[in-house]
Design a protein around this ligand. Structure first.
Ligand SMILES: [Zn+2]
Length: 197
């Protein structure tokens, strides 16, 4: 089994924000750089419940708006987007379990110092990530690389799918493959796809 805790050592920051300001930020212990995050751009995106992926220099950024909060994670390029999404899902669930944040916002009754101890929860989630069983690592053949690629897939993505097999595009090394995954996590087909954007 892949050691996801090791992969998650590549995280650069985790930010939880309202429409107006940051309420929580985590950075790895040895982080010397301060990452200037253009959260203003992310905050202007009013779409809820959809993960957005950005590339910013050497960094990958994933963000999602869930109710009144925006969750943003940054990592280097070693971490696949599906793992970052699964990480956000786990962190947001834990944050909402601990804090009744939606009421705090509704009544404007909180101080951000309330959330500073949540940094330890982030460290715990990274350390224990394998035990949550939130992702699967699949082996997918690529006809361009001529090899077998490790592809990480969120269980929530497969288990909440409306039909099977589920399509997933894996964009890597300048090309992309489209894989079809069934509900048992078996690969039912792989195609080379053209990409624009
Ligand atoms: Zn390839």
């Amino acid at each position: 089994m892949v050691d996801y805790s090791l992969i998650l050592q590549n995280l650069k920051f985790f930010n939880i924000s309202t429409d107006k300001f940051t309420i929580f930020e985590w950075k790895p212990p040895k982080s010397l750089k301060s990452y200037i995050l253009d959260l203003n751009v992310i905050r202007k995106n009013t779409v809820s419940n959809i993960f957005f992926h950005l590339f910013r220099g050497e960094m990958k950024i994933v963000h999602i708006r869930l109710k009144n909060l925006i969750y943003t994670v940054g990592s280097n390029n070693e971490v696949q987007f599906q793992l970052l999404e699964a990480f956000i899902e786990k962190v947001s669930e834990t944050f909402n379990d601990i804090y009744d944040i939606e009421s705090y916002i509704k009544y404007d009754n909180f101080s951000i110092t309330m959330f500073s101890s949540f940094k330890e929860e982030i460290d715990t989630i990274i350390r224990d990530f394998n035990s949550y069983n939130l992702v699967m690592d699949l082996k997918v053949p690529c006809m361009v690389c001529n090899g077998i690629l490790p592809v990480i897939v969120k269980r929530s993505f497969i288990e909440h799918a409306e039909s099977y097999p589920v399509p997933l595009v894996y964009n890597h090394k300048g090309h992309a493959i489209l894989c079809f995954i069934d509900k048992n996590y078996d690969i039912r087909g792989v195609e080379l796809v053209n990409v624009t954007g």
